[in-house]
Design a protein around this ligand. Structure first.
Ligand SMILES: [Zn+2]
Length: 430
């Protein structure tokens, strides 16, 4: 691991140089590069990854004859459930000898997933993410407010003079902390705000309610949860600046971000993305986004079904990039939990169940200001340790005054629209 600490910045720099150029490739160059990357990946998966070796044999898929994009539909879609239950089979047989990092995610879904990656995937992710932020006009060391989970012990936010960043911990969002932060950025305004949309919105709202005007930054860049048209409009109104949406998955299978023209692009030099139906066939209109990381050879996920629906757009973009466009991402917008000590927890709750082995799905229902009912669907690997991990993950965020009740169920509560939200608030008044 020691060595990797020094390697990562160099790898990010190298990838940054690559991404600076690849964003201007024409469609033809992009396609031929994608075909080459996919061929390498499929051939590697066939040789080194047990899951794919077996799958390809079962479906009579000949990896050595794979031609690239046009043959992708021959490979079945991959579900999160398959990765969750057969994780070990997805690991490359070279994974143990190389430097792998375990990461976990549950997005906003409450279904934990563990997966492996290496430095190269990390470097690609950081460089591609930075490029997206640059599209929005962000520059390194520009005075910036970051709003996300930091788990600060004693403070709500802190300034980092070297990076010129104020970091606000979403876990500590309350009226008081928002107003204290507002005073700091009224005194010395920020140029960019980056973070969870709901939390940024609440900071703006608390300040406005208290009659304090936060000077307009030049841009807001949001990520971590779906940005609805309504929230985007409110953010824009509270802060008086444009809002750029950035959408990525921990699994590194998909990335979508807005260019300077305000349009959403699939980041096609970061992951290969397809818009498909339930059978994995390509569709012309609205469909599910399936993604394949070009870079994760330690744990290749091919045609991974993100379960997020998108509406594609055929029109070219005036920014000059050949990356395909989408008009809308139909993800889930988080509800939020209120804590007895006055904090509001939105997207930060999403990783609270990540460490609990055996949890297939979960749902937090807030019934009173100090009572959270946690419903879980579990498999046979769920044990006392999982329960402890689940409790401590939740406790870390909710604090000690929240009563936590757990209920094993076989079904979760759905909304009128048929969705299964991770957070359901029965006391919402924000
Ligand atoms: Zn564009």
């Amino acid at each position: 691991m020691e060595k990797s600490i020094y390697q990562l910045p160099l790898q990010v720099l190298a990838r940054h140089l690559f991404y600076s150029r690849s964003q201007y490739w024409n469609a033809e160059k992009l396609r031929s590069w994608q075909n080459e990357r996919l061929k390498l990946l499929i051939s590697y998966a066939d040789k080194h990854v047990p899951y794919y070796r077996n799958l390809f044999r079962e479906i009579n898929f000949e990896a050595d004859k794979f031609r690239g994009i046009e043959d992708m539909v021959k490979i079945p879609l991959l579900d999160k459930e398959t990765v969750r239950t057969r994780k070990e089979e997805f690991l490359s047989d070279e994974a143990h000898s190389k430097n792998i990092i375990w990461d976990s995610t549950s997005g906003s879904t409450g279904t934990p997933l563990h997966f492996a990656l290496n430095n190269s995937v990390q470097a690609n992710k950081i460089a591609a993410l930075l490029r997206s932020f640059f599209w929005a006009g962000y520059r390194l060391r520009q005075r910036t407010l970051m709003v996300q989970s930091y788990y600060f012990k004693d403070v709500d936010f802190q300034s980092d003079k070297f990076y010129n960043v104020i970091r606000f911990d979403s876990n500590r969002l309350s009226r008081d902390s928002a107003l204290r932060l507002a005073e700091v950025i009224i005194k010395k305004p920020v140029k960019t705000v980056i973070g969870f949309p709901f939390d940024i919105l609440m900071i703006g709202r608390y300040a406005a309610e208290a009659g304090r005007k936060i000077p307009s930054p030049q841009r807001i860049i949001t990520y971590g949860e779906k940005l609805s048209a309504e929230r985007r409009k409110m953010l824009s109104e509270y802060y008086g600046c444009p809002v750029f949406d950035f959408h990525s998955m921990h699994e590194c299978s998909a990335m979508i971000s807005q260019c300077q023209e305000g349009r959403l692009h699939l980041i096609e030099d970061f992951a290969y993305m397809e818009i498909v139906d339930d059978e994995g066939q390509w569709v012309e209109g609205k469909g599910m986004l399936a993604g394949t990381s070009y870079y994760n050879y330690m744990m290749p996920l091919i045609r991974y079904n993100t379960r997020d629906a998108v509406q594609p757009s055929e029109a070219a973009c005036s920014c000059g990039r050949a990356f395909r466009r989408v008009d809308e991402i139909f993800g889930k917008e988080c509800d939020a939990i209120q804590t007895p000590d006055g904090r509001i927890l939105g997207a930060v709750m999403s990783h609270s169940v990540d460490q609990a082995k055996g949890v297939i799905m979960s749902q937090c229902v807030q019934r009173a200001i100090d009572h959270l009912l946690v419903r879980i669907i579990v498999d046979e690997s769920y044990d006392d340790k999982s329960q402890e991990a689940l409790e401590s993950g939740l406790r870390k965020r909710t604090g000690s005054a929240m009563k936590l009740d757990f209920e094993k169920v076989t079904q979760l509560e759905k909304t009128a629209g048929g969705k299964t939200p991770f957070i359901i608030s029965k006391i919402t008044n924000h």
